[in-house]
Design a binder for this molecule. Structure first.
Ligand SMILES: [Zn+2]
Ligand SMILES: [Zn+2]
Ligand SMILES: [Zn+2]
Length: 190
């Protein structure tokens, strides 16, 4: 696999400077951190884990992870920050692929429906999910200064929203929660 080299930034991919890890795999009453704010770490491992999980999820669901879909998934996972569709298209061009934009958008759509990536609506961007095997609505903390993003999963938040929606007679189409603010590292730097 030539993930880093393929992107022409193997060093940048291997070690990322990100906000410090606060907690990993923290579990409180079914709530857990799926992706914490990460400190310096071997991002190659994140990529390898994501690709392995994607292969397992696709095999279990009878879905085809075509070379283009796999490449787009790698590009979304390039960093722990949301990737815009046009950035993915630019990177694909740099890598010598020239898919028509609709083809790339369809690949993103496939990855999202397979649960391998989440769409961050407020940014019209995508982020990889570190736990694609367990279907869930994304719950995110997004740093407005450095773009870092953390994902949690807390069923009680879903239950609370569902309860309010029912009382209001509202049929929710989305259940994604996006909380914007400042990560620990950025607030320490301020
Ligand atoms: Zn990483
Ligand atoms: Zn997720
Ligand atoms: Zn930040």
């Amino acid at each position: 696999m030539r993930v880093g080299r393929g992107l022409g930034e193997s060093a940048a991919v291997a070690v990322l400077e990100c906000p410090p890890t606060v907690a990993t795999n923290l579990t409180i009453m079914g709530s857990r951190v799926i992706t914490p704010f990460r400190g310096k770490h071997n991002h190659r491992r994140c990529l390898d884990d994501a690709l392995k999980a994607a292969e397992q999820v696709c095999a279990a669901a009878g879905l085809r992870l075509t070379p283009l879909r796999r490449q787009v998934l790698e590009l979304v996972w390039h960093r722990h920050t949301p990737a815009r569709a046009y950035e993915i298209l630019e990177r694909l061009k740099e890598l010598g692929h020239r898919p028509a934009p609709p083809t790339a958008y369809r690949a993103l759509d496939f990855l999202e429906r397979a649960g391998l990536i989440h769409r961050i609506e407020s940014l019209n961007a995508f982020v990889g999910c570190a736990d694609p095997g367990a279907r869930h609505a994304g719950q995110f903390f997004i740093c407005e200064r450095c773009d870092a993003i953390a994902e949690i999963s807390d069923p009680s938040l879903i239950d609370a929203l569902q309860g309010h929606a029912e009382r209001l007679g509202f049929l929710p189409r989305t259940r994604t929660i996006e909380v914007r603010g400042v990560c620990a590292r950025c607030s320490a730097e301020a």
